[in-house]
Design a protein around this ligand. Sequence first.
Ligand SMILES: [Zn+2]
Length: 533
Amino acid sequence: MKLQFIGAAHEVTGSCTLLEVCGKQYLVDCGMEQGADTFQNIPLPVAAGDIEAVFLTHAHIDHSGMLPKLYKDGFRGQIYATGATCDLCSIMLRDSAHIQMSEAQWRSRKAQRAGGEPVEPVYDLNDALGAISRFRRCSYGEPVQAAEGIVLRFTDIGHLLGSACIEMWLTEQGETRKIVFSGDVGNKNQPLIKDPQPVADTEYLVIESTYGGRLHEGRGDTVGELAQIMQRTFDRGGSVVIPSFAVGRTQEMLYAIREICQKGMIHGHDGFPVYVDSPLAVEATGIFLQCDDSCFDEETAALVKQGINPIWFEGIRLSVTSEESKQINFDPRPKVILSASGMCEAGRIRHHLKHNLWNSANTVLFVGYQAENSLGRKLQNGASSVRLFGEDIAVNAEIASLHGTSGHADQAGLLEWLSAFREKPKKVFVNHGDDESCTAFCKLLTDRGYDAYAPYSGGEFDLLTGVITADVQGQPVEKTAARRNSGRAEAVFGDLVAAAESLLALVKGFRGRTNKDNAKLASQIRSLIDKWK
Ligand SMILES: [Zn+2]
């Protein structure tokens, strides 16, 4: 009974942990690495076809994004997840496949122009559909016998629709161990979804640490703040452009705007339109509208009971086709435009920025984290001009940020969730945080009397004996370049050996040639040897 850490070890993305029970292999999450890569992940030490099942905490791509690749490589087991996670993955994995395919196409064109080989996508739509066909829907709170020696239960962790922490009871040779994987722990009081639910007990815990070293800025009155921004922008005759993640954040914004409309918080601009301009956001909104109310918090469930749709109101306009998207620019009314991507790095939002940034009547409102070097961060930092589609665009619009919209618990939130365990777990593994956050949170836990450990990729733990069986050091990615160089050295050496072998073949072909030729070649070979000795 073994645990091996593969991804999101001293990093925030690429969640993946290998579990061995009764000699069979399982994965908890199978995520894609996104953004900056600090440490090298070990490759999956077992063949994809030998993975019996995957247990998935939630739909975000950094937890689910490599499932199609796993399928492509031969995985045919089941993927256990909550119903809402299954639904969200069915759109997000297809969307991810499209991204992989268009990126490969772009790289291929570039490579072929340089005389290189075409680039194969990491996976394609068929692989995504294959992975989607392996999903098995589970309900919150219901124990599931998933395999020999594995019973699991999903508990709402309040991070995204359908998100869960997974409790597991593992039995091998008559001995049972309990382990809990936190998944991404949500922030309290997020709209729509529940707060993270407590878990009573566990021997072992794997906990995320995205904000393990920080506290969120005070949660203000998000709805009030948003209403004020909308009011002053509309009064200027401008529009509010919101770069927003298609799944989760966009629906939270719709929830807030529905409340603003319902309470009549905007004056003088009745019936203002709200455009949701992202095909993925439109599909995701459909899933939010259809899901059963076990996914919603009390407030939302009460609205549903009263017959009020929590994320729908008059004025919403959904844009799916690019033609519909272009039409938005011809609507002269003050409006809200919600579009992806959330950090302005890709997607339709870039068109809206191009059309709206130059005009001082407009506002660009950030409602999520902007990574360093992203276009979103540049705008937040006060760039006076940005380059979009080969054009320099002046930034005259108001640039604003909405506070209190993180989907992750901060340090205090993580500690609060941990404190709900009746007893301290025997051991706490800290993952899913950048090096700084992960190390800081691990130290904080140790200071508070927890036996905490932050493994690097490749680290191994025996759940039966409670012993760390491989305590590996992190391999910074710079070293990967060195390894790549050593790979190149290996190739060049192989070339040399091949050259020597063809020389020997040549020599053997000299049988029967003149003595003069044979002597000449022998002498040349000897002088070559002398030269290189
Ligand atoms: Zn997440």
